[in-house]
Design a protein around this ligand. Structure first.
Ligand code: COA
Length: 261
């Protein structure tokens, strides 16, 4: 993967490590960083050697402290809609990616940062992580899918409270609400947990993992019947060599070797 200006991208053993790297700006997402995310996920979707992605923020203070307010301050009604639609599109690419994407959130995970974390398939937080949607303090609302994904994750009442007050919550509360999967003391431990989960997923059938992403996302699509998506996806799995391998290996009492075919 080529070098980017605002995101460090490093591939190791099938895992692509992405670090939002604007530490002096609390890793705030400016337009350029968002476009880099788009370029990266365009590659991730088709690249055979990348099996999973971990996204984190540089330094100890912030995962991402929101969209870049210096750019938000210049918006008008016309480009504000494009601003939101563009961010939504990029975060949907992450949410719909057939390879597991885990956010390791350290420190401030606010606004667009919380929205980025919520677009990932799972979130692992450090104990010092703080989550919030403080857009009301700026006279705006979340625009990168936050009003939808936060409500899905924590329910209507708590989502309303968090977005209307702009309050931040700590990692343990975020976990109790279902916003994060695990809380670990340090970033190293949080990364190790993410790697452990990814290693387990990478030992499973890749096509089935992609089908799980589609089916889980179908729950939230009003135009789609999730049960139908599930039945269709189930049938697609049965067409694969991995299905033959998984069932045969079980019956032969050996470990399956999946090829993603
Ligand atoms: N956009 C642009 N710059 C940001 C930013 C954002 N979302 N969040 C932080 N920064 C910048 C600050 O402007 C400051 O830059 P400077 O050193 O050039 O002045 C730098 O990051 C450090 O932030 P600072 O506010 O000095 O750190 P702090 O520890 O006092 O406070 C926060 C940390 C995260 C609580 C505070 O920066 C904040 O409230 N940020 C905005 C959060 C937000 O509203 N996000 C939603 C945006 S839609």
């Amino acid at each position: 993967m080529e070098d980017f200006r605002n995101i460090l991208a490093q591939e190791k053993d099938g895992v692509l490590y992405l670090t939002v790297n604007r530490e002096d700006k609390m890793n705030a997402l400016n337009f350029a960083t968002l476009e880099e995310l788009r370029e990266i996920f365009d590659v991730v979707i088709d690249n055979k050697s990348i099996k999973a992605v971990i996204i984190t923020g540089a330094g100890e203070k912030a995962f991402v402290a929101g969209a870049d307010i210096s750019e938000i301050a210049e918006l008008n009604e016309v480009n504000a809609r494009k601003f939101a639609e563009n961010g939504q599109e990029i975060f949907s690419m992450i949410e719909n990616c057939h390879k597991p994407v885990i956010a390791v959130t350290n420190g401030y995970t606010l606004g667009g940062g919380c929205e980025l974390a919520m677009a990932c398939h799972m979130r692992i937080a450090t104990a010092n992580a703080k989550f919030g949607q403080p857009e009301v303090n700026l006279g705006i609302i979340p625009g990168y899918g936050g009003t939808q994904r936060l409500t899905i994750l924590v329910g209507r009442g708590k989502a309303n409270e968090l977005m209307m007050t702009g309050d931040m919550i700590g990692a343990e509360e975020a976990k109790s609400l279902g916003l994060v999967n695990h809380v670990l003391s340090t970033k190293e431990e949080a990364m190790a947990m993410a790697e452990q989960i990814i290693a387990k997923i990478m030992s499973k059938a890749p096509l089935a993992i992609g089908m799980i992403v589609d089916c889980v996302n179908a729950v939230y699509l009003s135009e789609e019947n999730g049960y139908q998506t599930e039945a269709n996806s189930f049938a697609r799995c049965v067409k694969s060599g991995d299905y033959k391998e998984g069932t045969t290996a079980f019956l032969e009492k050996r470990k399956p070797v999946f090829k993603g075919e």
